[in-house]
Design a protein around this ligand. Structure first.
Ligand code: COS
Length: 385
């Protein structure tokens, strides 16, 4: 067993860390305050190769392993969840399904612009009435000659309403299966399709500088060739994509936990009360020790799941565990780090305030913590609902 990262993975970590500290950290608070998606930071993240990270070079990607991608997301999230979210949602939910399930023509058409970061892709699964129950889609696609006509709406879709959003992967009901359940298929819907509208959602508590949208499909026509993979395979495609997406959310939890831990540790060394740094009081030192302990455990769990993914082994259970654990470790870290900051931790001037809010998404997005427990319990042979 070897716990060392490769020299390339170490170099990638250093590179992303330096970038995040130099270019994201100084602006994260302001972008969060203004709820502003940053096109120039997105372009800079493209410059350093953060799009299409696991996609082979022949399609314009970086040709890296999954762990390298996860390390990049972790390093972004250590500084700012919003920019990490832009990268995570685009790589694992937007780009990967096209790579995994698209035919060669679709890959050659969509992947190069997506991997360049000049275009974003979005994952259209969740609907106003289909959240945890992801197969309860009401969006429909009806065949009309050589086209599919899509009607319906999607909710909470990351990267879907930017000026550079190029394509939405849409799960829609295409028929009813013999067992009475809906037949679900996925489509590549170009963002300039007539009848498509994306409205940015404002007033978010979390990830305020990432783009989140509600989508509307009003008689949107796409050619037959825009179906992704096989008809009726849509739900499985979405579930497989989410297995990988959960590793990204794990990375956001791990990076956020690491960032909160570092903020707490620094503050505890600097802040003096009763004549000494507050970190020298056992009650605070133990909080810091617990953070260090659990961040390390979370890292091992997440990297092990990535190792399975890179080896081509099943990782659904390991990914659900890592996502759940990293999210909860980040929760513990933001609570401890904010407590260490006392009154200052409640002020926007201090980054821990943003970390505290951003953490909440991790236990809700890409499958709530309850859904992760369900996936884990089912993987143990329990027929639980
Ligand atoms: N990979 C591939 N296929 C999968 C799968 C996976 N990870 N999980 C389930 N499937 C398949 C099953 O094998 C089954 O196939 P058949 O139709 O051939 O029998 C089918 O999908 C339905 O599976 P199941 O009966 O388990 O589906 P349920 O409706 O019970 O729900 C959960 C499964 C709850 C796990 C799913 O709806 C889920 O993950 N919900 C959360 C959604 C989510 O994360 N949303 C957030 C999106 S934010 S981007």
């Amino acid at each position: 067993m070897n716990f060392d990262l490769s020299p390339e993975q170490d170099a990638l970590r250093q590179n992303v860390r330096s970038f995040a500290e130099a270019e994201i950290a100084p602006r994260a608070g302001e972008l969060d305050e203004k709820e502003e998606f940053s096109y120039d930071l997105t372009a800079r993240m493209a410059d350093i190769g953060l799009f299409g990270m696991i996609i082979p070079e022949e399609y314009g990607g970086q040709g890296l392993d999954y762990l390298s991608y996860i390390i990049a997301v972790e390093e972004l999230a250590r500084v700012d969840a919003s920019q990490a979210a832009t990268i995570a949602a685009d790589n694992s939910l937007g780009i990967n399904p096209i790579y995994y399930f698209g035919n060669d023509e679709q890959k050659r058409y969509w992947l190069p612009p997506l991997c360049s970061g000049k275009m974003l892709a979005a994952f259209g699964l969740t609907e106003p009435d289909a959240g945890s129950d992801a197969s309860a889609s009401r969006t429909t696609a009806v065949k009309d000659g050589n086209e599919w006509v899509i009607n319906g709406s999607k909710m909470f879709i990351t990267n879907a309403a930017t000026d550079i959003t190029g394509v939405i992967i849409v799960q829609a009901v295409t028929d009813r299966r013999p067992d009475g359940r809906p037949e679900l298929s996925c489509f590549l819907l170009p963002a300039d399709t007539k009848g498509f509208e994306a409205r940015t959602l404002h007033g978010k508590m979390v990830w305020r500088a990432s783009n989140t949208a509600q989508l509307f499909f009003n008689d949107c026509r796409v050619p037959e060739s825009n179906m992704l993979g096989q008809r009726g395979e849509g739900f499985k495609q979405m579930m497989r994509t989410l297995d990988g997406g959960r590793l990204s959310i794990g990375a956001m939890g791990l990076g956020g936990a690491q960032g909160a831990f570092e903020l707490g540790l620094k503050y505890a060394k600097e802040r003096e009360q009763f004549g000494r740094p507050i970190g020298e009081f056992q009650v605070n030192a133990f909080k810091i020790a617990d953070m260090a302990l659990q961040v390390e455990a979370a890292r091992n769990m997440l990297y092990r799941a990535c190792f399975y993914a890179d080896e081509g082994r099943p990782y659904g259970q390991a990914g659900a565990m890592a996502k759940l654990y990293c999210s909860e470790v980040m929760r513990m870290c933001v609570l401890h780090a904010q407590q260490l900051h006392g009154g200052y931790g409640l002020m926007k001037e201090y980054a821990i305030e943003r970390f505290y809010r951003d953490q909440r998404l991790l236990e809700v997005g890409e499958g709530t913590s309850e859904i992760q427990r369900l996936v884990i319990a089912r993987s143990l042979g329990l027929n639980v609902r």
